[in-house]
Structure formats: C-alpha cells, structure tokens
Design a protein around this ligand. Sequence first.
Ligand code: SAM
Length: 460
Amino acid sequence: MQHQLPSDYITQMQKMLGEQAEPFLGSFPLPRAAGLRIHSLKASQEEAAGAAISAHQLFGLTPVPWCSQGYYYNEETRPGKHPYHAAGLYYIQEPSAMSAVELMNPQPGETILDLAAAPGGKTTQIAAKMQGQGLLIANEIHPARAKILSENVERLGIRNAVVTQAGPDELSARFQSFFDRILLDAPCSGEGMFRKDPDAISQWSLAHTELCATRQADILEHAAIMLKPGGTLTYSTCTFNRIENEECMERFLQLHPEFTLEHTERLWPHEVKGEGHFVAVLHKQSSGSDSSGESAASQRSGKRRKASGKSSSAGLADMELFQAFCTQTLPRFELGSGEPLRFGEALYWLPIPREGGFGAASLDGLRIMRPGLHLGQIRKGRFEPAHALAMSAPAPKAVWMQSYSPEADEIKAYLHGETIAAHDGSAGWGLVAVDGLPLGWGKASGGQVKNHLPKGLRWL
Ligand code: SAM
C-alpha cells in the first residue's frame, strides 16, 4: 500500500522518524489488529461472569498490554454480530485507542467531560471506570454521530451519562471551571486510520493537517475554560504528525502557563499491535481557583434551580408512577444520586455530581440526546419502562427474567422481534436475557412473552 501514500506524507514521516520510517511505512500492508474491551459494568455482575468467560473462548481473546479490559480478537469470530454485543458485554474498539482513558485515569464520583465523544469508545471506557458514580457529560458536535453515541451509551447500560450535541463554545459558555477531568479525543487528520479507511488517505494533505491543528487549538481553549483548577485535561489523536500532537501541546502550554504537561505517550503501529495513538495528559494548577469555592456553572445553575421548582414537583408525581412500577417489577432497583426530569412523555433520571451545582436548569437551551438514564414513558398516567432501564448496569433485578444461552432459539427469536413462550411464573413486565445479561423487556400474558425490544434494534 506504500505507493498509495501521499509523497508529502512519506517525507513527513521520514523526517520525523529517521531510520524508523522504513519499518513504520512497512507496517501499512500488514493486517490490522482488531480489538474489543470487556465492559466491566456488565461483566462484573455475578450472573454475567460466565458470559465474560465464554466470550474469551468464543472470540479467541488475547490481552492488550496497555488496557486491563482490552483484548485482541480473531476477526473471523465476528463478535459484533453476537448476542453478547447486543447485551453490551463489550465494545469493539481499536486497541491503541484504549490507551487514552487508561492514562486519563477517571475515578468514581468525579465530574467528567468527553468533549468529542462519538461513537463512544472512550465514553464507555470512562463510564466503566466511574462505576456509575458521578456525572459524565459525553458530547458530540455532529447530530448523526451524537445519535450513535447515545445508542452506545444505552447498550452499555451507562446510568450516569448525559449525552449532548453541542459545539465546544456552547459548552464553555455555561460550564466554567466545572469538570474534574476532560478528555479531548480531537478531530484530526487520521493518519492512524490509513490502514482501516483508505478514504482517510485521499483526504490527507499537509494543508489539512494545519487546518486540523488550528481547529484543535480552538477546541483546547474551550476545554481550558471548562476544567477546574487542579483538574486534568487529556488530549489524544489517532494521527502521527507533530503539528497536531507535540506542537499543538507546546502552543497550548505557551498560552496557558497554568497548565503543566504531566505525560505524553505514543503508540506506533510498527512497535505494537495497533494502529497508533498520541496521548498527552495536562494538569491545571490548583492556585487561582474560584475564591468563592463555587464555579461559575454552579452559581448559574444554583440560581436557575430555584426557578425550576415547578418542574421538579411535576417530577415527584412521575416518580410515584415509576416507584409503583419498581415495586411490581424491579423490587430492589436503586437509583444513584440524581433528580427526575421530564422531556415530553419521557422520564429520565438526571445524574447529579457529589458537590451539586448541577441540575435540569444547567441543560436549558442545549441540544440534549440523553439527559441521564431513561426510565420510561408516561402516557395517560401509565408508566412504560424504557429500553435503557432494562440495559442499565448492574442489571436491574426483575420479578421474572427468562435467560438463555447465546445459541438458544429464543435468543434469535427475541432479537428478531418475535414473541417467545412464557415460563411458568412469568406475568407482566420482565426481562429477556442472554446468560444473565438483559437484552430488553418482555411482557408476559397468556403463555406468551410480547417482544418490547425497540424496532430499530431488532436483527434483520
Ligand atoms: N472519542 C471518540 C471515540 O473514542 O469513540 C472518537 C472521537 S473522533 C476522534 C473526533 C470527534 O470529534 C468526531 O466524532 C467529530 O465529529 C468530532 N468533531 C468534529 N469537529 C469538531 C469540533 N469542531 N468540535 C468538537 N468536536 C468535533
């Protein structure tokens, strides 16, 4: 494939890598490594532990050295087409791309922003490390990609994420000094995509790398505004040139003496099994923080929260319907810290960070794809559970769950949208699962389980 690479690109890499340019360019015709990351929010459940073990055997998994939950898989096994995938047991992710969140080191309970998040590889990895505690805002500027991000957040059962579809400037205008950690997995010239996506080669030019660098510098300015003093900003790209990586960091640090560079890492496709990645972790000094100890966003949202008392009392009535559903169907279901939020007929549970200062009013005027965990729809005073509730991890314990092995005919039938036979004791709402991992809702009556898997998720 080397002859298809632009000559400017080859020259750039030769200048950068010297003797190493030959093995680097020589790695392009080699097959790429396929990876998946076991989603610990689901795999750690007792019922699903066996599913995780059988995934190892089924897909020929071998560890990715830099990510404890990351594995290479045998591409012929097609894990993307397996019922475990539909159940959110893993996320298919390029192995090098797993390095950024490992270095970012998110913690449970933090307030975190993933600023350029679609399709969601790194968002779902951050969420797994947060263990459902704290607030994760996953943002994607492009509407179609934001929808895919939102679907992945749902499939992986993430409860504490808000998915927004906004420009970095719209976010920085309202969330100043707000986040403990920010990830900017920046839009880039994608030199690390050349092997996977030949279109990336035709779009590449030196001028395009410069354009990307300008855009990255612009987005970084917004990230700097939104990070709390004492917080960390992780910057990553899947491109190799210095202008979008080291030079971008150098320019940012010149403009922002309050930041220090803690760590940079490069993964190269001729040195590791992966397409390559650049990661930098920056720390923002603690001094010069808000003297009031309260961020601009919390002040603003605090004021607005007072004004939004009406919508929260409406939330109480909605929550009574939800609680009644739980008493009947999910007796031990527990919500984390949050508040109810109505969007039309939809009822959500909006996650609230431990120090507060964030609520429904903080999202006013933003395009929101998913304001937290979707609990259900309220129609004419009746509650109907949402798919996201079935998928939420750890798995909700329903009064009945019909669980099958991945090969069972019932699993194929359910994923195709068909009814299945009800077991003795199944009545009303309950869950259909593969090896203990919920796939979605069913409603049992008259010996049949009516299929409530959303139409868009059914297998064709
Ligand atoms: N983090 C994602 C993951 O791990 O799945 C991949 C993100 S991808 C490298 C970069 C994203 O930035 C794309 O989804 C792209 O739509 C988005 N993007 C493009 N232009 C942007 C801009 N001006 N501001 C913010 N994000 C932008």
